[in-house]
Design a protein around this ligand. Sequence first.
Ligand code: SF4
Length: 359
Amino acid sequence: MILSKAKKKISSGQRLNRDEILALYEDNDLLYLGESARRVKESKTGKKIFYTVNRHINLTNVCKANCPLCAYQCQSGDNRAFTLELDDVEKILQDAAHVKEIHIVSSLHPEKNFSYYVDAVKLVKKILPHVGINAFTPVEIVNFSKISGKSFSQVLRELIAAGVTSLAGGGAEILSDRVREIICPKKCSSSEWLEVMRTAHKLGLKTNASMMYGHIETIEERVDHLIKLRDLQDETDGFQAMMLFPFHPENTQLGKNFNLQRVGSWEDLKMLALSRLVLDNFNHFKAFWIMLTLPIAQLALSFGADDLDGTIGEEKIIHAAGAKSSTGISRETLEKIISECGYQPVERDSFYNSVMENI
Ligand code: SF4
């Protein structure tokens, strides 16, 4: 009964409620979900699949939060520890004149103050004034607020003035404080994560949203997470894109404590398609190939995704947790993967404008 009502709503483009979303998950009809999500994707962005030529910069892996979910963090003095100074950032940017977006996310360094991060953004802006700077998750913004004594709004205004053009969407994990208490107890709370996003959107800063599934959360908690994002998007319309990440348990305390294994590709595609159907007010869904691997990311283009993210250059956070994908990819490979699916590759800037149309 609930399931048939949910399917009728999907056919007529009506919004799904919590029980209907759960019924669709339980039904486990992957091809139905995929076909429905693909139709929604094509109604929003047609045959276009976006990608960007970008470069990731992780400023440091030294972190005071010690989250059980994390394989990236380490302590000062550890032989894996690194912290980039401005000279190092300058070197990374030397061969980045062709990129359209710089993506900066890092750990919560116990000694660096807010000005360190602001100066890094200013340097990127000075060297590459034309690029979009997608930087910092709400977890980092809450940390900046704590270490500087400034409000979220003041922190965000300073970062915007320095050159940040959009906020990264990570750190949401599952927006349930029960779950966060186990997987990342020292990270910001779910309400803080949402409040940073609300504040950013009110300041005109576009952001991404995310979900990390496949650890100790319940399916109900996943669904509630999606509904919280949908509600905030109704209020602000500030999210540009949604990303879904499977949890990579290798090298993590959480993985060891709960004997976790990475969920399979069925679950990856099912969660993507279901999320596309739930988040009817989001335009873009990323198939983040570095998390999913390229073969699954390519399949994801038929399950509701319309963005393969970017060339990346070098990535450290996800690979620390055992991701098997390469650390960077060429524009040609991304275009080939998209074209093989019968879609049209479109190189985008930070705001989903076609780069070709801007030339
Ligand atoms: S997940 Fe982020 S905040 Fe938590 S330990 Fe890792 S780097 Fe630090």
